[in-house]
Design a protein around this ligand. Sequence first.
Ligand SMILES: Nc1ncnc2c1ncn2[C@@H]1O[C@H](COP(=O)(O)OP(=O)(O)OP(=O)(O)O)[C@@H](O)[C@H]1O
Ligand SMILES: [Mg+2]
Length: 260
Amino acid sequence: MSDICLSVRNLSKHYRGVKAVDGVSFDVMRGSITGLIGPNGSGKSTTIDCISGFTSADCGEWRVDGRVLTGTSAHQHSAAGLVRTFQNVRCYESMSVLENLRMAVVAKEGVGLWSAFLGSLRASAADEAARQHGLELLELIGLSAYAEAPSSVLSYGQRKLLSIASTMMSKPRLVILDEPVAGINPTMILRVEDAIRKLNASGVTILLCEHNMDLVMRLCDRIIVLANGQLLASGTVDEIQADKNVLEAYLGPDHMRPTS
Ligand SMILES: Nc1ncnc2c1ncn2[C@@H]1O[C@H](COP(=O)(O)OP(=O)(O)OP(=O)(O)O)[C@@H](O)[C@H]1O
Ligand SMILES: [Mg+2]
């Protein structure tokens, strides 16, 4: 098997004349934490939406572990081991924190949402296994005390943590995180960082879309940079930090050095 987990070729997505993503190609190596960065509006989320099956691409092809996923549904992406979080966190507000985790497995297995809401979730042996897995994950992210609480009580940062734990429920190959620390405090950022490291240490490849450069530089093996919907650069942290195009066109030299 090749060392490439995700390959994206010539991906484009236009919105009424806006070239949100314009002929982007890149690879994500298996086992890596790869950063996806770029200024606001550079096409990061649109790229993620396309390659996770949440929006249709105009053209391009993408594969996970060699399997072509172009044109398949979000559910099929999930079943193939590619799961993602959203820039704006999504929770089932009236369901408990633990039930939210269970829903992540439901999404992968393709069980109808109605049957979930009607209570069949609690019935099966598979559900008991998922419950145990969910409890372990809540322990791992420090939210055990909230297991039975409705997710509506969680803070924004706690919801971000829960969304990462949700990706772990389906035992994915590749997790794409869209701004996992946006808008959360430094202590919570460290908890999210810890969760990402644990997820990666368990063998999961990670594509990390994030504006927090300190976090990106600390966590990532390689970085992909988008600007104006196009690939501006890709390389190691050192290469990106030294890349004149990136320094001038996007971040500016003062932003490129980690402060901790
Ligand atoms: N549904 C949409 N309809 C129209 N234009 C869109 C839509 N989604 C994105 N765009 C446009 O596509 C471009 C890329 O947006 P995208 O959200 O992918 O950028 P981003 O890199 O994720 O930005 P940010 O860092 O602010 O999250 C922007 O110009 C945006 O306005
Ligand atoms: Mg975005």
